[in-house]
Ligand binder design. Structure first.
Ligand code: FES
Length: 144
């Protein structure tokens, strides 16, 4: 599949752009400073907070699982059995108390934070996949 160019210049905090790459949904989300800051506050509840498993390119093997902290790029497919999790920008705290935003898989209840990191105690074994991507400039991301 060819790489997909995405214009992120109009993406506001909390918003998501969905594109298709190699037949898969890919999400591009802009995280607010508050959300980025929050990522370090519940690591003890995550299976792989430091990205030890090879679920992302080397350049995204960090706490935010991204090149730039504010932009999160991920394949929107649950690592359990392949459903597409629901983005809950405002009501994720109903799933994980004290965590404002995240992704919830409706199929069997797996929960992922705003870096796609899976919570403990759910069926999904691994963090969401981060696809290869790069910045063409400040406004354009190339996925693939
Ligand atoms: Fe997502 Fe089973 S496919 S929890």
């Amino acid at each position: 599949g060819a790489p997909v160019e995405v214009d992120i210049s109009k993406l506001q905090d909390g918003q998501m752009i969905r594109v298709e790459w190699r037949g898969k949904p890919v999400w591009i989300v802009r995280r607010s400073d508050a959300v980025v800051e929050e990522l370090s506050s519940f690591e003890d509840q995550l299976r792989d907070p430091g990205s030890a498993q090879p679920q992302q390119p080397e350049y995204a093997a960090n706490q935010t699982r991204s090149i730039k902290p504010e932009i999160f790029v991920a394949v929107g497919i649950c690592t359990h059995l392949g459903c597409s999790p629901t983005y809950l920008p405002d009501s994720f705290s109903e799933q994980v108390s004290g965590v404002k935003a995240g992704f919830f898989c409706p199929c069997h209840g797996s929960k992922f934070d705003m870096a796609g990191r899976v919570f403990q105690g759910v069926p999904a074994p691994l963090n969401l996949v981060v696809p290869p991507y790069m910045y063409l400039d400040d406004k354009r991301v190339l996925v693939g």
